[in-house]
Design a protein around this ligand. Structure first.
Ligand code: ADP
Ligand code: GLC
Length: 480
């Protein structure tokens, strides 16, 4: 079975969030069970650089619809992912992707003005590689798209009359790729598809809606989120379409890369520990306190949080209970970057509690591992969370998670057994969960039992890969 997996980010090449972790690990897990899964990704400068030694030219396009009326040229390169060796097609189109900022925004956090064209280009090429006129010898049996950046691929493929099955995975329905309808022509979309039965979304054009409408099957990254998005508010305007397609919608829980996230052999740590030999975790905590300038205190319950600083992640709730945590003798270590107003509120919190609260505003892979390893408790009060990976990393690293009962958080953390789950996203409900955690933390044997139970949970990708395999098989047999 040959699968083309299209994505706008993939770890370890380029990452802004969990989509990259999934795109790095799932194709590799699929290959392990005998599926020939290959990636397609834009050739951002960092990607070209990291793959430089293995890039091979495999095709050239000279007539892709680009910005403005002029067609643009692009090269398609083939390389291997570092580590796993997954074959990866890289779309080298400097006009679209050679930018100095991130994959979607410039260094000031402003969306690129031509994101519609940049990601339509990715969609067009995906559809070409999946279609009958592909320039490659390798022909996929199925096209697997991820999030709005790839949403036009199923539309292009269907509109061109080609019919390999397509899967659209929603990692986050909050990002919908919405652009003005005047762009239809420029993006090579016929006027007829600008309708409710097509790419139209409340008078605009939505890349995600296109994917949800034209793909043969829709998946999302946890069973609970698959259910939640069929209603308001988490359907975010797409609930009508998702409900009407609920026979074609399923939730498959993400896994985690257990090699990358392994406290017994983690190159980012100066200590090692495991469920069988957890003692090294104390050393990680001490090192983390040193690194972050927190008071050296083995007994202070240390709360960690790593998140994009976006409304979704519930930072407001954390800010509301932070003083209470400090009053009860706790410490807090935050890592994240994103909305400037949230960053400013976090900085103010640190200024109020020097030596007790630390925040690194930025992106830091190594520190994210050290926070997971060194903290006792992990805060993840997301207002909504399609899957969430950090709570699974936390479980594995013995950092007991406190989570809001939503999406994948509900599906992965068991209240009182592996962590603390609260039902309503209010400061009061979070505070009650924090108090329960602190009370149990004081009872060392009970705490250890909770921690070790979480560390022993298996979230490896294998189970999810098998679920995708059976979905693909069903689609190819025309049975799903
Ligand atoms: P989302 O994809 O919504 O951001 P996930 O929990 O699925 O949430 O995945 C987030 C991923 O990004 C995790 O691997 C997390 O460790 C990482 N991450 C988020 N912010 C940072 C940061 N500032 N520095 C390092 N890693 C980060
Ligand atoms: C998104 C979601 C997150 C999920 C990740 C990977 O960014 O916000 O919950 O874990 O995608 O699927």
């Amino acid at each position: 079975m040959r699968i083309l997996f299209v994505t706008s980010e993939a770890a370890p090449l380029i990452k802004t969030g969990g989509l990259a972790d999934v795109s790095g690990a799932l194709p590799a897990a699929l290959r392990e069970i005998g599926i020939d899964c290959r990636l397609l990704i834009p050739g951002y400068p960092i990607v070209m650089q990291k793959l430089e030694s293995s890039l091979q030219l495999v095709a050239q396009f000279d007539n892709l619809a680009g910005a403005g009326a002029e067609p643009i040229a692009a090269r398609l390169m083939l390389a291997q992912m570092p580590g796993a060796g997954t074959p990866i097609y890289v779309l080298d189109a400097p006009l679209a992707y050679a930018r100095s900022g991130g994959p979607y925004q410039d260094s000031n956090g402003i969306d690129y003005y031509d994101n519609a064209q940049r990601f339509a280009l990715l969609g067009q090429v995906a559809a070409r590689l999946a279609g009958a006129d592909s320039p490659l010898d390798w022909h996929p049996d199925l096209l697997h798209c991820n999030d709005w950046q790839t949403g036009l691929a199923p539309a292009y493929l269907r509109l061109a009359g080609n019919a390999i099955p397509t899967v659209m995975t929603v990692h986050n329905l909050a990002y919908q790729g919405i652009f003005p309808p005047v762009m239809l022509g420029e993006l090579n979309l016929p006027l007829k598809c600008f309708s409710v039965e097509g790419v139209e979304y409340y008078g605009n054009l939505s890349f995600l809606k296109a994917g949800l409408y034209y793909a043969n099957h829709i998946t999302t990254v946890s069973p609970t989120y698959a259910h939640e998005i069929q209603q308001a508010p988490l359907g975010m305007g797409m609930q009508g379409l998702l409900t009407s397609r609920n026979q074609d919608l399923s939730g498959i829980l993400n896994g985690i890369d257990v090699n990358e996230w392994n406290p017994a052999a983690d190159p980012h740590l100066e200590c090692e520990f495991s469920a069988r030999a957890p003692a090294g975790k104390k050393h990680c905590k001490q090192k983390l306190q040193e690194e972050l300038g927190l008071q050296p205190n083995a007994d202070a319950p240390l709360f960690g949080m790593i998140a994009r600083m976006a409304h979704q992640k519930g930072l407001d709730l954390v800010l509301a209970v932070a003083d209470g945590i400090i009053d009860r003798g706790g410490q807090i270590a935050l890592l994240g970057t994103g909305e400037k107003s949230i960053e400013a509120a976090v900085r103010a919190l640190v200024a109020r509690h020097p030596g007790r609260v630390s925040a690194l505003i930025g992106y830091n892979e190594g520190l994210s591992h050290r926070i997971e390893a060194g903290s006792d408790i992990f805060l993840m009060p997301s207002l909504f969370e399609p899957c969430g990976l950090n709570q699974m990393y936390s479980l594995r690293y013995g950092s007991v998670p406190i989570v809001h009962a939503t999406g994948g958080l509900r599906d992965t953390v068991e209240d009182g057994v592996t962590g603390f789950v609260f039902e309503h996203p209010t400061p009061h409900a979070l505070w009650l969960a924090v108090e329960r955690a602190l009370d149990l933390y004081a009872l060392k044997p009970a705490w250890k039992k909770l921690m070790i139970t979480g560390m022993n949970r298996d979230f490896s990708w294998q189970k999810s890969a098998l679920a995708y395999q059976s979905l693909y098989q069903g689609l190819l047999a025309g049975q799903v």
